[in-house]
Structure formats: structure tokens, C-alpha cells
Design a protein around this ligand. Structure first.
Ligand code: PAF
Length: 280
């Protein structure tokens, strides 16, 4: 596997692929790779001639009191896994390569960046948008792959791609869960055994939301109150938000319908977890 760390070299690699008229599938990550990333990589491999994976723990998307320094960095293991998967190009620049001294450009998402997770993580989605835009400019993917777990991120990236006329198709793949239903996330590594056991209540509460909708309950408030009751019955869980939203605008809905998204964020111990379900 070619491990590329400089902007100059990734541009050369992309040019060589484009000159050969091959398609590029791109899987952007922050490393600490798990089955969720692998499902993106497997689909990218099926749908493209070449797959480029990036690993970059993007400082711009972490708030001052967030976990930038603790975020798991497992580059050697990640490289082994990617080689085993037959990936032939990994882009893993360092901070100064991505943000040279004097870097000052931002991407503003207006309404979308202040909702849901954006409320308690100010600046987070600007950081995501700017790094994804830079990566798209460098890698020029035909398709780029993201997990549904980060639902708001996928909405924002799709919107940015449309608004800025970027030539990439955004593919969103279902959340990969462990056997108990916990959405896979690099941050799950922070959970103690007890916290992890409690974290299963997130998915249980989402399944309950689906079963309420299935039984004909349309009132979003009622479903949210039920989720709240479930989550509040765990001492370790502190709710950030529970919302039922329109899948494109992220505006709250009063009445749920097929396609509405139940999204939630909680803190368990020192770990912030998010999850969501698209109602059938
Ligand atoms: O979802 C992630 O891992 C990150 O937000 C992303 C898209 C790689 C940007 O840093």
C-alpha cells in the first residue's frame, strides 16, 4: 500500500488515476478503523476502480474541551488492516500539510451547522466541512462514502457538495452495530464495561421509537418522551438532545412520517455518543 503524506504526492497519485480514466472511490476517516469503516471500504471497492482512504484527525472539528488529544490514533494497525483489504493508497497528511501556517478559510453552513449536535459542538461542522472540501479537492472522488451514524454530517456534506457544484456523489451506508446494537464508533473505546452495557439503551430506545411509529403513533413529542424515559432510567446517561427531524432540512417535525429521522446524542461517563434511525 502506498502511504502518501504530502499534498504534492496525493495530487500526483490522483492525476495518474485520472489519466488512466479510472474511477476513484474515497473513504475519509480519522483512523482507529473498525467494521463500520470496513463496510464503507468494501462498498467503495465494489463500485470503483481505485479506492483512496484518508486518515487525518482533523483538529478543526474538535472544540477546545473535546477529545482531540485523546482521540485514538492507531496508524500501524490501520495500515495493516488497509493493506489486508487490498487498498493501494492511504492519504495520511500531518496537520501542517493540511493547515499550513496562516490557513484561515472556513466553510459556513448557515442553519444546518447550529442544529442538533451543532448546538453543543459549536464550530464542529465548519471544521468537518472545510476538511472534507479540502480532501475532495485533492482526491476528486467520483464517489465518497460516509456512515449514517453521523447523520447530520452526511446532510451537511451532501448540501455542501450540491451548493458548491462538486463533482462527487455522496453515498451514505447504514450504521454498523455490534451484536447488542451499539453503533460502532472509534469513541466506544473510551467506554468502561458498565458504560458500554448502558450504552445499549440508545439503540433500544430507537427500536422502541420505530415500534411506536409502526403501531400508528404519529406524535413526535410522545415518541421523544418515551425515548427520554428509557434513557433517563440509566444513571450513567446524560441526554444532550433527542429530536425527530426532516431528513433534509434537519428541522424538527411535529408529526412523524416514513423517512423522518430520530436522532439523539448523550454523554455516558466522559464519552459523547450519537445515534439515529430513519423511520420506516
Ligand atoms: O466522520 C469522520 O470520521 C470525520 O468527521 C471525517 C468525515 C473524516 C472528517 O474529518
Amino acid at each position: 500500500m502506498q502511504v502518501i503524506t504530502s499534498v504534492k504526492d496525493i495530487k500526483l497519485k490522483v492525476k495518474a488515476i485520472k489519466d488512466s480514466q479510472l474511477t476513484i472511490g474515497f473513504v475519509p476517516t480519522m483512523g482507529a478503523l473498525h467494521e463500520g469503516h470496513l463496510s464503507l471500504i468494501h462498498t467503495a471497492k465494489k463500485e470503483n476502480d481505485e479506492v483512496i482512504v484518508s486518515i487525518f484527525v482533523n483538529p478543526l472539528q474538535f472544540g477546545e474541551n473535546e477529545d482531540f488529544h485523546q482521540y485514538p490514533r492507531t496508524l500501524d494497525d490501520d495500515c495493516r488492516l488497509l493493506s489486508k483489504e487490498g487498498i493501494n493508497a492511504l492519504f495520511c497528511p500531518d496537520r501542517s500539510e493540511m493547515y499550513p501556517a496562516g490557513f484561515c478559510t472556513s466553510v459556513v453552513l448557515n442553519n444546518l451547522e447550529d442544529m442538533l449536535c451543532g448546538k453543543s459542538r459549536p464550530g464542529h461542522f465548519r471544521g468537518v466541512a472545510v476538511v472534507v472540501l479540502k480532501l475532495f479537492n485533492l482526491i476528486q472522488p467520483d464517489s465518497a462514502y460516509f456512515g449514517q451514524k453521523d447523520f447530520q454530517q452526511t446532510v451537511i456534506i451532501k448540501k455542501m457538495t450540491r451548493d458548491l457544484h462538486l463533482d462527487s456523489t455522496i453515498k451514505v451506508l447504514p450504521t454498523v452495530r455490534d451484536q447488542g446494537g451499539l453503533a460502532l464508533s472509534s469513541r466506544n473505546a473510551y467506554l468502561t464495561e458498565l458504560e458500554k452495557r448502558d450504552a445499549y439503551c440508545l439503540y433500544r430506545s430507537l427500536v422502541k421509537a420505530q415500534s411506536m411509529a409502526d403501531s400508528g403513533i404519529r406524535n413526535a413529542g410522545k415518541i421523544i418522551r418515551e425515548i427520554e424515559n428509557i434513557l433517563n432510567s440509566y444513571k450513567t446517561v446524560t441526554i444532550d438532545y433527542i429530536s425527530i427531524v426532516n431528513p433534509e432540512t434537519l428541522e424538527s417535525v411535529q408529526e412523524v412520517q416514513s423517512g423522518s429521522v430520530v436522532a439523539l446524542a448523550v454523554t455516558i461517563g466522559r464519552t459523547r455518543l450519537i445515534d439515529n434511525i430513519i423511520l420506516a
